[in-house]
Ligand binder design. Structure first.
Ligand SMILES: [Zn+2]
Length: 381
């Protein structure tokens, strides 16, 4: 087995945890937010930006990279790290979420998930074994098992059958992981994914099946997919209490600043979400003053006012709200880039503050202070 121990737990404040991931491409302080680099790029940014933002770990999408550029290119390039000129750790998803988002274009079988490419309609089959092979070609530090991602509103019977299938797939992925070798000279960890919808006993069943084996870490899937917020919090808390203390916990696809900070309080260590980058390209920016709509005419004359006075990002150091609003208004390409630089820096600083607060034993006060502007009835700006 590879990388059986990749996590050091260093401090706790209530259920919140601060620690360190020990990965082939570097150490990553946790809790960590991983920006999404879907197609071997964080949209609008380059590798110099990623370094200057002080990003510690990225997420890549197996589905997209499998289709384009494809495995031959990924193997030939030496893997995702040299291909995209990123030297830090990378986690790759299994492609399951993208495949199940295809709706009518996919078909589920015991063997795996059959789907038609969203690009050209060509037929493909993802199996637990083939997605390990894909992630071997990508050379990520952490690979994910193929799982079924049932819709957030599915009934109990569906959620039950689905988690059993995902657990069988986890064991098949595990065997493929144990029986294959890394292609790019460094070991790769594999995480299983806890499913079971919003049902406590199904989540417990999923954990029971998966945790009969030792894994480097565990992911919590099937949340933030349309379920009610109290359900999401309850299931996160349940997993936070019952997952092994000495393994990193990764809550997939979450989320807003509020969801992330609340989930850290419930014991989660790792996050990824397209929200800061996708919203940035549309002009929705996250700041220490709350959410800001950069397109709003109210910024038209806001000369010498940075987007966020508390932010040290390139955008906030060099531009005022008036210029930023103009760029978004006329749809300049640079608007998307400047917005992305800011939103990612805001998320990274939010996590840095969370780690410091957990170590100082004042995480609940930190959470309240950060979220207060987001909870006021009317946006500040
Ligand atoms: Zn900024």
């Amino acid at each position: 087995m590879e990388l059986a121990r990749i996590f050091q737990l260093e401090a706790r404040d209530g259920d919140a945890r601060a620690g360190r991931l020990l990965l082939p491409h570097g150490e990553v302080p946790t809790p960590v937010f991983m920006p999404v680099g879907t197609r071997a790029s964080v949209k609008t940014l380059d590798c110099r930006d990623l370094r200057e933002l002080e990003i510690t770990m990225l997420l890549g999408n197996s589905y997209h990279l499998y289709l384009r550029p494809g495995l031959e290119v990924m193997r030939g390039s030496g893997g995702l790290h040299p291909f995209m000129r990123w030297e830090g750790p990378i986690l790759t998803d299994s492609g399951g979420f993208q495949v199940f988002s295809l709706g009518d274009l996919r078909k589920l079988k015991e063997e795996g998930a059959e789907f038609r490419s969203h690009l050209d309609g060509s037929r493909h089959l993802f199996t637990p074994e083939s997605v390990v092979e894909i992630q071997r070609a990508l050379g990520s530090d952490i690979m994910m098992q193929l799982d079924e991602c049932p819709p957030g509103d599915c009934d109990e019977a569906y959620a039950s059958a689905s988690l059993e299938l995902s657990a069988r797939w986890a064991l098949r992925a595990r065997r493929a992981w144990e029986e294959s070798r890394p292609l790019h000279g460094h070991p790769q960890a594999l995480f299983p994914i806890v499913q079971g919808g919003v049902h406590d006993h199904l989540r417990r069943r999923s954990m029971e099946l998966l945790l009969a084996h030792d894994w480097p870490g565990v992911a919590i899937g099937g949340l933030s997919v349309g379920e009610a917020k109290p359900d999401m919090r309850r299931i996160t808390a349940l997993c936070g209490r019952e997952l092994p203390v000495d393994k990193p916990r990764y809550l997939m696809g979450v989320g807003t600043p509020e969801d992330i900070l609340e989930s850290i309080a419930l014991g989660v260590d790792m996050f990824d979400c397209v929200l800061p980058t996708r919203n940035a390209r549309k002009g929705t920016l996250f700041t220490s003053l709350g959410r800001v709509n950069a397109r709003s005419a109210r910024h038209a004359m806001a000369f010498d006012q940075p987007l966020d006075p508390a932010c040290d990002c390139f955008t906030c150091r060099h531009y005022d709200r008036a210029h930023l609003r103009h760029l978004f208004h006329v749809e300049e390409i640079s608007a998307m880039r400047l917005g992305t630089l800011h939103n990612l820096r805001y998320y990274l600083k939010l996590m840095e503050g969370a780690r410091a607060a957990i170590r100082a034993g004042c995480y609940p006060a930190y959470l309240q202070a950060c979220l207060a502007p987001y909870r006021t009835a009317a946006p500040v700006v």
